[in-house]
Design a protein around this ligand. Structure first.
Ligand SMILES: [Zn+2]
Length: 274
């Protein structure tokens, strides 16, 4: 009986989850197998709704895209990065990418699943970020989306929340409607999770690696990733950047980036000669 349960469990997982790497192997060398229980379409749908809501709230507060020059700058930098995403996953070229800027003191930026980018002006103003540094931080955020780290976090939280009970229900009922119900429950949970659950260390390392390669391919000097984090750390102290709430401070990050820069430098140089 135990064996049968195991086989059924395995079958459910194989059906529901993509147990593979979301991105192609590349210079960055990221190829970890990922656990994905939540359907990608659902995660993207939830994110899209949450993003639309954020835009509406910003609009009400008159903080959305108020500085046209700044908006054009952020969109130009982001579009250069987006032009390179096909290297990591060809399907991402077709994503419905959106890039907006919210006027705020917060030092923050994010890219929600499916390519919904938001840059808060505190990031630009307080860090006095150069184009290369913005390329580094937006590249890092895009890398999280390409790796579907949000979906991965939601899948992990879902299993922790509902655990084997939910899987047991799915197996017992054996119907697609049971799966549907479980997924609906997760939807409400999931939209909050994107912001509530910080990325894990491994996810951060992956976003650093892929983000650095992405920015180098887009013609941004990879050295800027190091100065970006130095500036971010220097801002710490009394009022740490909001970015740290989703990006736990990691003292090894700058050292790791230093070892990565030479790997992607040739891609940066090649992009310059194009
Ligand atoms: Zn990150």
């Amino acid at each position: 009986m135990k064996n049968l349960t195991f086989i059924l469990l395995a079958a459910v997982f194989l059906n529901l989850s993509g147990c593979a790497s979301t991105t192609n192997d590349s210079v960055a060398g990221v190829k970890r197998t990922q656990f994905m229980l939540m359907p990608a379409s659902q995660v993207v749908g939830m994110s899209s709704q949450a993003y639309t809501q954020t835009l509406q709230e910003s609009q009400k507060k008159n903080t959305l895209n108020t500085d046209k020059t700044q908006l054009a700058r952020v969109r130009n930098i982001s579009n250069r990065l987006i032009a390179q995403v096909g290297v990591f996953r060809p399907d991402a070229v077709q994503w419905k990418w959106e890039i907006n800027v919210d006027k705020s003191d917060q030092v923050n930026a994010y890219c929600m699943p499916g390519g919904k980018i938001m840059v808060l002006t505190g990031l630009i103003d307080q860090l006095k970020a150069t184009d290369d540094e913005l390329g580094a931080v937006i590249g890092h955020e895009i890398a999280h989306a390409l790796r579907e780290h949000g979906r991965e976090r939601m899948s992990q939280a879902y299993v922790q929340q509902f655990g084997l009970q939910a899987l047991g229900a799915i197996i017992t009922k054996g119907s697609s409607s049971a799966v549907g119900n479980a997924s609906t429950q997760a939807a409400g949970l999931g939209s909050q999770l994107f912001f509530a659950l910080p990325n894990g260390r491994e996810q951060e390392r992956e976003a650093d690696k892929i983000g650095l390669e992405l920015s180098a391919r887009a013609g941004f000097n990879p050295e800027a990733a190091i100065t970006l984090w130095q500036k971010m750390n220097a801002l710490g102290g009394a009022k740490p950047p909001e970015f740290f709430s989703t990006h736990p401070a990691n003292e090894n990050r700058i050292a790791d980036l230093r070892t990565l820069v030479p790997k992607v430098k040739p891609l940066y140089e090649a992009s310059k000669s194009k």
